[in-house]
Design a protein around this ligand. Structure first.
Ligand code: NAI
Length: 330
C-alpha cells in the first residue's frame, strides 16, 4: 500500500524502512506536520501515517476523504488529536499502536523523579566546572516514600512495579481496576487519597474530557506541601498556569514534565536559534526545580522498532481486509 508519512524525522525513516521487510509497502516520508495547509500534499495515498502533534480535525479529515484516504495510521498510542466521530462519518478507519514499550515511558518517569530528587543535572554541570560543593544538591530516600499513580494501565503498572522495587508505598487511582494492581501491591484508592497522601504524584491516564486540567488549583490544594509532580502522559492533563502558581507558592517542590499542553508548537523541533514566544513555557523553565524533556519518554530503540512493526502490520491488515485489532473507534 502507498503510505504517506507526515512529521517524519530521520529516526522514523530509519526504523520504518528497516521494518518494511521485502518492501511490502511504498513509504513516502514528508518532514512537514499534517495541518490545514499541508493536507493538500496527500495525492492518492490511501494510508496516511501521523504522529502526536499532527492535526487530524474535521477540516483535515474532509480534505483526506476527498483525496481518497481510507485509513489513518497513528504511529503512537494516544489519539486525542484525531476527531474520531468525523473520521467514522467519512468512512476513514483509524488504527494506532496501543502498546509498544510501556517500559520506555515508565523508565523515563523514573529518570525524571531521580533527576529532580538527586539533582544529577545540576551536579553534572557543577563537577565539570570544578565545583564539588554539595549545597543545594540534597535529596531524599525514595525508599519508604508514598507515590500516587493516576492511571494504572500498561505504563502506570510498569511504573508501579519499578517503584515497588525502590521500596516505595504505591497508591493508585484508575476508573477501572485490574487484578494486576493487587498482585503488584498497589493500594487502589480514590483521587482525594492520592492527592492528600502522596509525596510524589505521577500521571499515567490518557487525555480525555474527564482528565483535561485534572491537576488544577483545586486538586493542587489537596496535595501535600512540597509535592513532586510528574507528567509523562499528555500536557493538558495539567493546568500549567495553576502549576506555576503552585511552584511560586512552594506547594510544588519538584515538577517533571515530558509533555506540555502547548507542546505542539515546540516539541520535536530545533528552535535553539529562535525566540520562543510562549511566556508560560519560559516561566516554567525559570524554576530550578522544574525539569522538562520534549516528549522523549517513548524514545528508545526498542520502542521505535516496535512502533514501526506494529504500524506496518496495521497497514497490512487493512490492505488484506483482515479485522483491525488496533482500530480506534469513536
Ligand atoms: P493504557 O490505556 O494502558 O492506560 C491508561 C489507563 O488510564 C487505563 O487503565 C484507563 O482506565 C485509565 N484512565 C482513563 N481515564 C481515566 C481517568 N479519568 N482517571 C484515571 N484513570 C483513567 O495507556 P498507557 O499505554 O498506559 O499510556 C498512558 C498514557 O501515556 C497515554 O494515554 C499517553 O497519553 C501517554 N503516553 C506518553 C508517551 C510519551 O512519550 N510521553 C508515550 C506513550 C504514551
Amino acid at each position: 500500500m502507498n503510505v504517506l508519512f507526515f512529521s517524519a524525522k530521520p529516526y522514523d525513516i530509519h526504523f520504518f524502512n528497516q521494518a518494511n521487510q521485502e518492501d511490502a509497502h511504498q513509504l513516502t516520508f514528508l518532514e512537514v506536520p499534517l495541518n490545514h495547509n499541508t493536507a493538500a500534499l496527500i495525492k492518492g495515498e490511501e494510508a496516511v501515517c501521523v504522529f502526536v502533534n499532527d492535526t487530524v480535525d474535521a477540516a483535515v479529515l474532509q480534505i483526506m476523504a476527498t483525496a481518497g484516504v481510507k485509513v489513518i495510521v497513528l504511529r503512537c498510542a494516544g489519539y486525542n488529536n484525531v476527531d474520531l466521530r468525523v473520521a467514522q462519518e467519512l468512512g476513514i478507519k483509524v488504527v494506532r499502536v496501543p502498546a509498544y514499550s510501556p517500559y520506555a515511558v515508565a523508565e523515563h518517569t523514573l529518570a525524571l523523579i531521580l533527576t529532580l530528587n538527586r539533582k544529577t543535572h545540576r551536579a553534572y554541570n557543577r563537577v565539570r566546572e570544578g565545583n564539588f560543593a554539595l549545597s543545594g544538591l540534597m535529596g531524599f530516600d525514595l525508599h519508604g516514600r508514598t507515590v500516587g499513580l493516576i492511571g494504572l494501565g500498561k505504563i502506570g503498572l510498569v511504573t508501579a512495579r519499578i517503584l515497588k522495587g525502590f521500596g516505595c508505598r504505591v497508591l493508585g487511582y484508575d476508573i477501572s481496576k485490574s487484578n494486576e494492581t493487587e498482585e503488584i501491591g498497589v493500594e487502589f484508592t480514590d483521587l482525594d487519597s492520592v492527592y492528600s497522601q502522596s509525596d510524589i504524584i505521577s500521571l499515567h491516564c490518557p487525555l480525555t474530557p474527564q482528565t483535561f486540567h485534572l491537576i488544577n488549583a483545586e486538586s493542587l490544594g489537596k496535595m501535600k506541601d512540597g509535592v513532586m509532580l510528574i507528567n509523562t502522559s499528555r500536557g493538558a492533563i495539567i493546568d500549567t498556569k495553576a502549576v506555576i502558581e503552585g511552584l511560586k507558592k512552594e506547594k510544588i517542590s519538584y515538577l517533571g514534565l515530558d509533555v506540555y499542553e502547548e507542546g505542539g508548537d515546540l516539541f520535536f523541533e530545533d528552535l535553539s536559534d529562535k525566540v520562543i514566544q510562549d511566556d508560560t513555557f519560559m516561566r516554567l523553565l525559570s524554576f530550578n526545580n522544574v525539569l522538562i524533556t520534549g516528549h522523549q519518554a517513548f524514545f528508545t530503540t526498542d520502542a521505535l522498532q516496535s512502533i514501526a512493526q506494529i504500524t506496518l502490520q496495521n497497514v497490512s491488515d487493512f490492505e488484506a481486509g483482515k479485522p483491525l485489532q488496533n482500530e480506534v473507534l469513536s
